[in-house]
Design a protein around this ligand. Structure first.
Ligand code: DC
Length: 209
């Protein structure tokens, strides 16, 4: 069983996916973390993020590893745990550029498809591209202001800067972020985390019986 949870930047996908996965007793997979890992590895190795060829060569020459642990997803660059480093403002600013390269998308998608279900797959195109036959698909939205407010505690930038960054990423990610036609659209602007998770679980129950 694969359940997909897609949504916009900072829409709370990881927290909601964690809540869903805990309630369903399955792991969750953050595809965004894999894009972040490639981005961190590129920055770390001074690779030009605009050059797909340079990025592919960088991926050949380094060991990038992803683990879905029960406590959360963990990523390693050459055996070093770099999970926390993948959530810096610098990675935030570059990751959408990396995610535009078709062969980088293929690299990430191959990684995710190798994993053994059941799981909740979280990202932008999980329900459309990666798991078009998923049992249940959910697409999470929220206004850019609400999303920026939720992120302000996690970044060393002010609210306006964060909101601007989120809107820039929305525009860049738009091509890869359309909801699947058969996804439930869930706007979490007026909901807290618990209520959002509750709604996804209700939807799963209706779908799977
Ligand atoms: O969900 P996130 O903010 O951690 O994702 C980081 C970036 O990766 C985001 O800017 C868009 C990209 N991404 C993507 O293009 N496709 C996915 N399935 C997941 C993330």
């Amino acid at each position: 069983m694969v359940i997909t949870l897609d949504g916009l930047a900072a829409s709370g996908k990881s927290s909601v996916a964690t809540g869903m996965a805990t309630a369903l007793n399955v792991p969750f997979i953050s595809s965004g973390l894999l894009y972040r890992l490639v981005t961190y590895a590129a920055i770390h190795s001074h690779t030009d993020v605009h050059s797909q060829d340079a990025l592919l060569a960088m991926l050949e020459g380094n060991q990038l590893r992803f683990e879905a642990k029960t406590t959360g997803n963990v990523v390693y660059l050459n055996q070093v745990n770099v999970t926390a480093e993948c959530f810096s403002s610098e990675v935030d600013a570059q990751v959408s550029v990396i995610a535009q390269h078709p062969q980088i998308r293929t690299w990430v998608n191959q990684h995710i498809r190798q994993l053994e279900p059941p799981f909740v797959a979280e990202g932008r195109d999980m329900g459309t591209n990666v798991f078009p036959d998923a049992s249940v698909k959910i697409f999470l939205t929220a206004s850019s202001l609400v999303r920026a407010k939720r992120r302000v505690a996690e970044r060393d930038q002010n609210l306006a800067e964060i909101q601007k960054g989120i809107e820039a990423r929305d525009a860049m990610d738009a091509n890869n972020s359309a909801p699947a036609l058969d996804a439930m659209l869930l706007d979490s602007s007026e909901l807290n985390l618990e209520q959002t998770v509750e709604q996804t679980l209700e939807f799963i129950k209706t779908k799977l019986g």
